[in-house]
Design a protein around this ligand. Sequence first.
Ligand code: CP
Length: 329
Amino acid sequence: MKNFISVNDVDNINALVEQALKYKADPFADKQLGAGKRIGLLFLNPSLRTRLSTQVAAANLGMEAIVFNVDKEGWALEFAEGAIMNGTTVEHIKDAAPVLGQYFDILSVRTFPSLQNREDDYAETVINQFIKYAGVPIVSLESATLHPLQSLADIITIQESRLSVSPPTGGGGGGGTGKPKVVLTWAPHVKALPQCVANSFAQWVGGWNETEFVITHPEGYELDEAFTKNATIITNQDEALKNADYIYVKNWSSYKDYGKIISSDTDWMLNIKKLALTNDAKVMHCLPVRRNVELSDEILDGTKSLVTQQAGNRVWAAQAVLSEIVKSM
Ligand code: CP
């Protein structure tokens, strides 16, 4: 694996999931693999889980991780080609990225979309410029449109849950297919959020092909079809939730009316009443979560929630990815 930007960088999802679960069972199995290597974690936006889980993963592999909060501590970076830098930006990515590439063996980057200009955001300019100019492998810690480490952890969590249920496929809501029914549902939120987690989850689950996959959202919240072609899309949430084995709750802003909140329908918040429609579904969320806006306390504090396990699995996802990159260096 050269870079880790999306599911397209992964040859075999099941093998990567298996490796992650091996690391979960034995975190220090490859404690010398990253010895003498250094990873830079560059944050252009805030984080709790991604930052700390990647640091822990690197430490488990014997690799040194150095965090740089670019947004708070670095020079303001310019990404536009041919920019006349007489404004607020101080350093061009063409100059900064090769320097960072001299300091680190791997660079990882978190950057959020502007939610102002869809074409710019979906061009993934920031992450692509790091790939172009750094000269070392690049790992996405969430980019303008995707969050691949989150999605890998999500699939690890579903697989782990399936393996803990017999028969081995787990679930039973997949319309007799033997595959679990996974429903990604839009939820209300007070802020306009990126489409990254939803895009990425759809891309990974679609590529994994081990589930019956349904996406449900109010009219106007359609995601980019490039990511949803393997999903069934239903705008009636109750209908979508019927017989679900796993429900992934997430807000996103409109892709069509780009970056806008076009509905705040509180009826879309997942609660215990809605869970009754499902096949005793387990509930997922990437965190951070707005309690009693996106998901009710009773679900988050109850036995159906996988969210803490899911966040814990971020370590094993990152460790599996970093190990693949180091092995290919
Ligand atoms: N889920 C996730 O990426 O969490 P952080 O934003 O805290 O890293």
